[in-house]
Design a binder for this molecule. Structure first.
Ligand code: COA
Length: 703
């Protein structure tokens, strides 16, 4: 860990620059929060007026302070921030938390950069500007102008939006969520989420991390750190700027552009980060994750008194990838005497509508004691025999036994009695919900984390390709001040890296055409070759599916006649004889450089379908062979590769290899900004690249 980051959360001394005796000002509120939070280090208010505020002696300038200052919170107006930052640099303060608004978020990017430049010169780091500050439970520090008396706990919040952050701080209080830290990032002029996450990797107080993001500061670094972190602690992310309009709002709000959501989503999955769709969902999941123990295995058991509720919940279990315990013989042995003959022990354990708190109590006790049941969903629908008061006690007693041993969630549907006696248990921090999907989703998220921890990190695949020939082609293209490769250049590159192409050759006359067609094998395709004829089909310069020698001769002649008619001045160099490609599956394989995440890979259903279905998967480089396979499996059309309706399965190994070769290409040749093979045809044996596009970063513009 960057040793220094701890001084942001555990400062030994803290200054408030712009501290005020006016209780309505932010400079007063922050000082008062620090005081009331029982911060144990030295506190130094700074204000040119001097005097005393809240019992602390006020310094007229930060450089009057004799001791070291680890953290200085700046809350003076924007126009005074620069000289204040300069004095802090002189003082060699370790961290600045700049509350002040009026920088990058309103277009004053240069002013913001200037602050960072000064800070860097003295080794100082900046949080913000445009933030509400830092709260750290371990540091007993509430250097924010948010609420006082924050409940201490194990959830760390990092938020890009200040106002939403303060609101969430309030919400955590009403929901009974305890915080280990809360950091407002604001404009992220210097410190970003990656720097902050690193601290939580080692902070033993933090069990769960919640991120509210509008954009990512350094996607590549973020992923590296997040991948390590999620192996130990779950990260929930809520990302704004998903819609086109939202992206614009986010961009103007933070002064930085939000990335493409599909890529962001893929990156989060790859890093094992869980994405919430809204604030409520995020809060629900965080609360559950902060209290639930990790399961010791995959088996989930449903206990219910209603068949319908059980079936509905079974559907949700499938949606959230929960595995229901299914060794029915054992289930019968365990629950047989609790369930009436018209009930079921086939998970859901259906205690039936006549179940009282006594049957619930027995079933719960057995599920808790059963070592092959690893998590429990306890459901109920209010019935006439439902004694909610006694059931409340049963739930409480059983929850207290199991709370740190086995994950359990409850869901009850009913009227006033259910609401008052059962659902109100949520105020005692029992995971009980009116909607069973909410209960199942909590368990689903916990299992996502569980599986992520189990998942072996596969090493990325470095292919040893000899790319000298590719470099020569790229140098030649750059010399010609082009940023795109001509088809023959791209094809040459494919040959070098070992991606197969359809066979083709140029025929100058019809005799040559026949010889070539025989060599390639029928059926073939003939295409005119003329620099003046770009739209070959429109000119009548392409004929498909030519089956024999006679057809070849006739087609050759027809193409020449058509093209001469189309453009009498066109210089016709000959006719290309091409292998006719059929029976394969058209896919797209691409790679491009992304401003946020570095190099990314794309795979999907290709040809014309890519536009229509957008059935694609993304990964951030580098990926392993297993991940290349996951990319292929992730698209909806994957069953087509396995072989449907008697078709032979497609050569997925060859496809994976092509994806890895494209990765090697974009990784090793810095000039390449984009590669796309569309379509790449996948056969039952091998693949062939039909159309290849390679773009370079725009050298013509740079020179
Ligand atoms: N060093 C220290 N203190 C200084 C100073 C200096 N060089 N120059 C002025 N001050 C003092 C002022 O005298 C004042 O103290 P006083 O009340 O004793 O007079 C104090 O600093 C604050 O200055 P003031 O001009 O009163 O500003 P303010 O408190 O009205 O506003 C900000 C300051 C930072 C709060 C405001 O500019 C701002 O940015 N607000 C938005 C904050 C925000 O929303 N952030 C994002 C959260 S999500």
């Amino acid at each position: 860990m960057n040793e220094n980051i701890k001084y942001l959360f555990l400062p030994r001394s803290t200054a408030v620059i712009g501290a005020s005796s006016d209780p309505n000002k932010i400079g007063y509120k922050i000082l008062s929060n620090i005081k009331d939070g029982n911060y144990e280090g030295n506190v130094y208010p700074v204000n040119p007026k001097g005097g005393e505020i809240l019992g602390y002696s006020v310094f007229k300038d930060i450089n009057e302070i004799k001791e070291e200052v680890d953290l200085a919170t700046i809350c003076v107006p924007a126009e005074i921030v620069l000289p204040v930052v300069k004095s802090c640099a002189q003082k060699k303060v370790k961290f600045l938390s700049i509350i002040t608004s009026g920088f990058g978020e309103i277009g004053k990017v240069k002013e913001e950069e200037e602050l960072v430049k000064i800070a860097r010169g003295s080794g100082m780091r900046i949080l913000g500007p445009n933030i509400f500050g830092v709260y750290s439970a371990k540091g007993k520090l509430n250097a924010t102008f948010g609420p006082k008396n924050i409940k201490e706990g194990n959830v760390a919040f990092i938020t890009q939006s200040g106002a939403l952050g303060i609101a969430l701080m309030g919400k955590t209080q009403t929901e009974g969520i305890g915080l280990s830290a809360m950091v407002s990032e604001g404009n992220k002029a210097d410190l970003g989420e990656s720097d902050l996450l690193e601290y939580f990797l080692y902070d033993e107080k933090t069990k769960v991390i919640f991120l509210y993001l509008e954009s990512l500061k350094n996607g590549e670094l973020f992923l590296r750190i997040a991948q390590k972190l999620t192996k130990q602690k779950p990260i929930i992310v809520l990302k704004a700027g998903v819609s086109k309009r939202g992206t614009l709002a986010a961009a103007s709000h933070t002064g930085s552009l939000a990335g493409d959501d599909k890529i962001f989503d893929a990156a989060m999955k790859q890093a094992g980060i869980i994405r919430a769709n809204n604030v409520n969902q995020a809060i629900t999941w965080i609360k559950f994750l902060s209290e639930a123990p990790l399961p010791k295995g995959k088996n989930t058991l449903i206990i219910t008194n209603g068949g319908g509720a059980g079936v509905l919940t079974t559907d949700y279990c499938e949606k959230y990838n929960l595995k229901l315990r299914d060794d029915f013989d054992n289930l019968k042995k365990i629950y047989g005497d609790v369930v009436p003959y018209f009930g079921s022990t086939k998970n859901p354990i259906d205690l039936t509508g006549q179940a009282t708190y006594i049957e619930y109590g027995k079933a719960l006790k057995r599920a808790i004691e059963d070592k092959d049941t690893h998590s429990i969903i306890c459901l109920g629908c209010e019935t006439a025999v439902f004694d909610t008061k006694n059931l409340r006690t049963t739930i409480l007693e059983n929850y207290n036994v199991v709370r740190d041993k086995k994950p359990i969630v409850f869901s009850f549907v009913g009227g006033k009695k259910t609401e008052e006696d059962l659902l109100s248990l949520r105020f005692l921090n029992i995971p009980i919900f009116g909607e069973s999907e909410e209960a199942v989703s909590c368990l689903g998220i916990l299992y996502k984390h569980y599986y992520n921890i189990q998942k072996k990190t596969s090493l990325s695949q470095k292919l040893n390709l000899d790319l000298e020939g590719v470099k020569k082609i790229i140098t030649e293209v750059k010399n010609q001040k082009r940023n795109f490769l001509l088809p023959y250049e791209s094809e040459e590159i494919m040959k070098i890296i070992g991606v197969s192409l359809p066979q083709k050759a140029l025929a100058k006359n019809k005799k040559e055409a026949v010889l070539l067609a025989k060599k390639i094998g029928f059926p073939v395709v003939l295409k005119v070759v003329s620099p003046q004829i770009i739209h070959k089909t429109e000119a009548g310069g392409v004929i498909l599916d030519i089956k024999n020698e006679k057809e070849t001769e006739a087609s050759f002649e027809k193409i020449i006649t058509n093209c001469q008619k189309y453009n009498s001045k066109a210089k016709i160099e000959g006719v290309e004889v091409n292998e006719m490609i059929k029976d394969g599956l058209e896919v797209i394989v691409g790679a491009k450089k992304d401003k946020n995440f570095g190099k990314i890979l794309m795979f999907g259903l290709g040809g014309i379908y890519v536009e229509v279905f957008k059935d694609v998967s993304f990964r951030i480089c580098p990926i392993s062979e297993e991940e290349a396979f996951e990319m292929v499996k992730e698209i909806k059309a994957y069953p087509l590769f396995v072989g449907v309706r008697g078709e032979k399965p497609k050569d997925v190994d060859s496809l994976k290899e092509t994806i890895l070769k494209i990765q090697a290409l974009i990784d090793s040749i810095p000039e390449i900004s984009e590669i796309e093979i569309n379509p790449l045809v996948v056969f039952d044996k091998g693949t062939k690249a039909l159309d290849i596009r390679i773009l370079l970063a725009d050298y013509s513009k740079q020179s």
